[in-house]
Design a protein around this ligand. Structure first.
Ligand SMILES: Cc1cc2nc3c(=O)[nH]c(=O)nc-3n(C[C@H](O)[C@H](O)[C@H](O)COP(=O)(O)OP(=O)(O)OC[C@H]3O[C@@H](n4cnc5c(N)ncnc54)[C@H](O)[C@@H]3O)c2cc1C
Length: 538
């Protein structure tokens, strides 16, 4: 292998692979360097005894809306999404509420439980979908704008923009509460969707993110064959353009020349040379560990030391079973075919308690969380190609969880308790033969991906001082950093965590500009529309 590249990308997660693929197609000689055996980062699928278990990401919020999906022809590289029409079911003590990808079907479900809440829901869905489609999703695929300029643009653009500005003053709870739902179960369901990936329901100034979570969790998809198929597709695209992925190679140090970068040193002492480095690692790794303090401006050292980690992490358990999919007793038939089934939430305070428990270090008891049977929608994920087994299914339980506990035994206990809870709602599961159980705690998350320090699935908290133009700091949020040749583009940059591919996509463009590479991709229609509407700068 040559040890000299035009661009090195640190970390082969969704953002690193995306960035590498765009730059390789632009003609750069690119290597993506990854410490793990397999590329993918949070796009991880473990195949155990034929069951494909996703220990990290599973719900694709933007799927085909992500520009790289089309620009990189990921369909040709085997990436297919499936979007279930029944998205989420909430099981209450004496009733059920079902959200569909078709909002009118959701209205029918709300009507059966609380007719007075149909109109507030219709209004909320309309507002959230419009804000997401016209502004929030397009803004994902451009560099963040200076907050004062962004406020100004939105203010001038008209009533949607003015409304988005108001959201930036609210908490997610205030925003949802403001719709005036009369039945707290409806409000609780929406608040749960807003916060199930760790967004603080009481997070000051974070109301602007609630629309996209709620709207997209009613439109979410799975990657057929397991989440890792998306990483495989991105990697195949990258390789088809001449890029390489160097796995099992932990980056230990960034080498400097004068004021700029010169290359990296791997854990085995090998040096790889490049005058442009895009890191998708977290600010602590970038500016406090890999670079020598003397090469980092003091204000960057300070902002990296002050970086806040997510207050609540996630706990996930996956099972591979021989048996039938869950059949929920005494519930409408649609619940059996819902992508997510949420239990343990009766009112908004339960959502708050769930979040606060994780924040304050309480071990969850397995009675609250969301459950999914991905194999209902993705036959490839179960082990049904192994004929001797009988019918096989994959099950997944997920809930918010604290980092600061000793998970070594607790993670198995919690898997057992969650499974018991599931059996109470779907008694047929007690007859299942559990072939594989894979509990995954916040400590496992960090062990697998050190950039997710303290189980931070988004590489750092979503608090207003760490969003948009401030992510990871105003000096680096353009994806360029004050260090010549050093760029950032992972989840600790705008638009943040989750599988959106936005950080890698946006970083690729600035690197291409600086290296005078051809920008071969077109501005997505949704972005030009948002510019036309005045939501984003020209
Ligand atoms: C349990 C869990 C559930 C999730 N569920 C969802 C979901 O359903 N939907 C969704 O959209 N998102 C979900 N996420 C979040 C999503 O996975 C992440 O936000 C996303 O993967 C971040 O992408 P990234 O490319 O920026 O970084 P990462 O995916 O974290 O990739 C960073 C890469 O860098 C590598 N690396 C770290 N240090 C070094 C080093 N020194 N040298 C070389 N390589 C290094 C890591 O091994 C990793 O491969 C979930 C995450 C977790 C943990």
């Amino acid at each position: 292998m040559s040890n000299d590249f035009d661009v090195l990308v640190l970390g082969a997660g969704p953002n690193g692979l995306t960035c590498g693929a765009y730059l390789a197609k632009a003609g750069a000689k690119v290597a993506v360097v990854e410490r793990n055996v397999e590329s993918g980062g949070g796009l991880m699928t473990q195949e155990l005894s034929g069951f494909k278990l996703n220990s990290h990401a599973i719900y694709m919020l933007l799927a085909e809306l992500m520009p790289p999906y089309h620009d990189l022809n990921l369909l040709d590289f085997g990436v297919k999404f499936v979007r279930p029409d029944i998205q989420a079911a909430f099981l209450y003590k004496d009733s059920s509420l079902v959200f569909f990808s078709d909002p009118e079907r959701s209205c029918n479900s709300i009507e059966r439980m609380s007719p007075r809440d149909v109109e507030p829901f219709r209004q909320l869905y309309h507002d959230f979908a419009r804000a997401s489609k016209e502004f929030i999703i397009p803004a994902t695929y451009v560099p963040p704008v200076d907050p004062l300029d962004q406020i100004d643009l939105l203010e001038q653009s008209g009533e949607l923009g003015q409304w988005v500005n108001e959201l930036a003053e609210m908490t997610p709870r205030e925003l949802i509460h403001g719709y005036g739902f009369s039945d707290e179960r409806v409000e609780a369901a929406l608040l749960y969707l807003a916060s199930m990936f760790g967004l603080d329901p009481d997070g000051g100034g974070m109301g602007f993110l609630a629309p996209i979570y709620v709207y997209r969790l009613m439109q979410s998809s799975l990657v057929l064959g397991g989440t890792h198929q998306l990483a495989s597709g991105l990697r195949r695209a990258l390789e088809s353009f001449g890029g390489v992925v160097i796995t099992q190679s932990e980056v230990r140090e960034i080498l400097m020349r004068d004021n700029g970068v010169r290359g990296i040193v791997l854990d085995d002492g090998q040096e790889i040379i490049s005058q442009a480095i895009v890191s998708t690692l977290n600010p602590e790794q970038n500016f406090l560990q890999l670079l020598d303090e003397k090469d980092v401006p003091a204000f960057l050292v300070e902002s990296s030391q002050a970086w806040e980690w997510d207050e609540a992490s996630l706990y996930v358990a996956n099972w591979g079973i021989v048996g039938d999919p869950p059949r929920y007793e005494g519930r409408p038939e649609e619940v059996n075919r819902a992508l997510n089934v949420v239990v343990g939430i009766e009112n908004p305070n339960d959502v708050m308690r769930h979040f606060e428990g994780a924040r304050l270090g309480e071990v969850p008891d397995g009675s609250t969380g969301h459950m999914s049977c991905p194999s209902l929608f993705d036959n490839l994920s179960a082990a049904n190609h192994l004929p001797s087994f009988g019918n096989c299914e994959v099950l997944r339980f997920e809930c918010l969880a604290p980092y600061d506990v000793d998970w070594s035994d607790l993670k198995n206990d919690l898997a057992n308790r969650a499974f018991d809870t599931w059996c109470k709602y779907a008694p047929n599961l007690s007859e299942a033969n559990v072939r594989i159980e894979l509990p995954w705690s916040p400590k496992d998350i960090e062990r697998h991906i050190p950039s997710m320090k303290r189980g931070a699935i988004k590489h750092g908290a979503y608090v207003s001082i760490q969003m948009g133009y401030n992510r990871p700091s105003p000096d680096c949020s353009s994806y360029r950093t004050p260090i010549d040749g050093f760029y950032v583009g992972g989840a600790s940059t705008h638009p943040g965590g989750m599988v959106l591919l936005g950080g890698g996509y946006n970083a690729a463009k600035v690197v291409a500009e600086d290296l005078q590479l051809p920008i071969w991709w077109k501005v997505p229609h949704m972005v030009s529309d948002a510019i036309e509407q005045g939501y984003l700068p020209r």
